[in-house]
Structure formats: C-alpha cells, structure tokens
Write a protein that binds this ligand. Structure first.
Ligand code: GLU
Length: 323
C-alpha cells in the first residue's frame, strides 16, 4: 500500500507553496487509496516554533486535507514530531558509526552553521566539504576532542553514483561523491535533516516522497543513507517551486500576502485556494474553486510541470480573497 507524507518544518507560517506540496502529496496518496502521514520536522529547534505547528494543522484542515497518522491523531509509527524521536536518530547514528561511514570533524562552527537547517536553495548542503578531517589519525582525533566537540560527517569518498527515476522530473543522475561529506550530527548534538528524514521515512514505512524541487540535491545523500542503514529507498517526486515575476522565489516581497492564514483572514474560501493551486500545478486547465476530493480523479503526476512555475499575475492571489 502506498504511504506518503507531508513533512513541514514549523519555522514559519504555511504559504501557498507549502500548501501546494501538501495538496499534491495528498492527492497522490488518496488517488492510490494509500495512507497519508503528517510529520512535523522540528529537528532544527532554533528555527521551530510551537505556534507554527498549531497554525499548520489548522491551515491544512481548513484547506480540506486530512491525514491518517500524525501528531494530533497518533498512529502505529509515532511519535510524528521529530523532537520526540531523538533516540531513533541516535541509534541510526551509532549504526553508521560502527560501520565506519562517519568521521568526526573539527572544522569551525561558522562553516557548519547551516547544516541542520532545513535546506534551501540549489545546494542544500552549502559548499562542498574539502575533506580536512576525513583522515585524521585516531590520536589526533582524541587530542582535538578534548578541546572541541566534533560534528560528524558522512564519508562520501567511496559512495557510488546515484541514479533514480523521479516520478515528476524523470531520470536523475548524481556522480559518485556528489556534494561532498555531509553532516549527520552537529557539534551541538543536533542530528541533521538528512539523517532525521531518512530515519523517519524508513521507520514510518513511507513508500512515496513528494516534496519541493529545492530538495532534489538532498536525495542522493538520502539514498546513500538508506543503503548504509539497510533500508529500501522510497520513490521520489520533486515538484516545481513557485516564483514571482522577477524570477525570485515567491514571497511576501512580491506584494501579495501568500500565507494561508492571511488569505483565510481576508475571507478567501478554501476551495478557491485549492482550485488556484491545482491550476498553477496544471492539474486543471483553468481556475475554478474545487474541493481537494474533487481533484482526486483529475490528478496525475505527469501533469505537473518539470520547471519552476512563475506566478505572473499576483493579483490572482489577492482575488482569491474575493471568491
Ligand atoms: N521539512 C522539510 C521542509 O519543510 C521537507 C523535508 C522533506 O520533505 O523531505 O522543507
């Protein structure tokens, strides 16, 4: 049975891009008669806020999306919030360490800063790690450990090239060692997005991962982790992101408040937001207000464009408030 998920990071209010991702993953699962899971990815504690979690759940319900397992309703593979799953990440970390996949890294904090953050942008792991600490002799590691707690990186020296077929984008290829050695545990003890997401998707039996295209370059790293931990990787679908007319990612700066909360407060109907999203992602040919359930028969992954979507006319978003 298909098991899909929506895995938002509660680091801000849900905007129409996040809602599009939730809608498409929901449609994929509902069309297949599978189970839909809501998982809160608050691994990056510094950026996560409890009030955003509450808001997220409210927004999703308002949109007419539902889930079979999640932080509010439980389920057999819980907890469904990353901050309560540390022991599971610790166990996976130990397993990787025992198998010799990891090495301690003593490079400066500044270099490592972005690593547990939910990744954004083209290269979600930042610059390629130059391998400085990869082969430190044990004695040197011991000496350095007395002065500084290391972070732990996955050694990508001998990882294979990755090939997979993305259900939206088609065949993908990443060369051996792509992106360099990535962090699985930060010096401050927090596990990285890459490790947490793999442990969660594997242990929750997720068969289909549908998410934004900004995470495409995280996928080879995650596939290496699945293999190292002895799990089968799920099928991936990476969906286009929304851009403003100026070619930057759609945001408040573009002059329309694109959070679901704002649209809702201004009087938009959920069907208008859903219909607009379905139109943006080409599930329907022209904009019309629809309920998520009405879209199930119309949904097909092949309809989703392969390139980023430009919202040319931002007035369309404002007009949702009136519909
Ligand atoms: N939590 C991530 C985000 O909100 C998504 C992770 C994923 O879908 O793999 O950007």
């Amino acid at each position: 049975m298909m098991r899909g998920r929506f895995a938002p990071s509660p680091s801000g209010k849900m905007h129409i891009g996040n809602a599009g991702c939730a809608l498409l993953s929901w449609l994929q699962v509902r069309k297949a008669g599978g189970s839909f899971i809501l998982r809160i990815e608050d691994i990056d504690r510094g950026r996560s806020r409890v009030e955003y979690i509450k808001q997220l759940i409210e927004d999703l319900k308002w949109l007419g999306l539902d889930w079979d397992e999640g932080p509010d309703c439980g389920g057999p593979f819980g907890p469904y919030i990353q901050s309560a799953r540390t022991e599971l990440y610790e166990a996976a970390f130990e397993q990787l360490k025992e198998k010799g996949h990891l090495f301690p890294c003593f490079c400066s904090r500044k270099d490592l800063k972005m690593l547990a953050s939910a990744p954004h942008g083209r290269d979600s792991e930042g610059p390629v790690y130059p391998g400085i600490c990869r082969h430190l002799p044990e004695e040197e590691q011991a000496v350095k450990t007395r002065i500084k707690t290391p972070s732990w990186r996955y050694n990508t020296e001998s990882v294979r090239a990755v090939q997979f077929t993305d259900l939206v984008l088609g065949d993908q290829y990443f060369p051996a060692g792509f992106g360099g050695d990535f962090v699985v545990k930060r010096a401050d003890g927090l596990f990285s997005y890459q490790l947490a997401v793999v442990v969660d998707d594997a242990l929750m039996g997720i068969t289909h991962v549908t998410r934004g295209m900004d995470l495409l370059d995280s996928t080879p790293r995650q596939i290496w982790l699945y293999e190292a931990l002895g799990h089968a990787a799920p099928c991936f679908s990476h969906i286009p992101l929304l851009f403003g007319p100026d070619g930057t990612r759609l945001s408040k700066r573009h002059g329309a408040d694109i959070t679901i909360e704002a649209l809702r407060k201004a009087g938009a109907r959920p069907e208008a937001v859903i219909g607009y999203l379905a139109f943006l992602y080409r599930i329907i040919d022209r904009f019309e207000p629809l309920k998520p359930t009405e879209l199930i028969p119309l949904f097909h992954l092949t309809k989703i464009p392969k390139a980023h979507l430009v919202v040319e006319d931002l007035k369309q978003i404002s007009s949702l408030k009136l519909s």
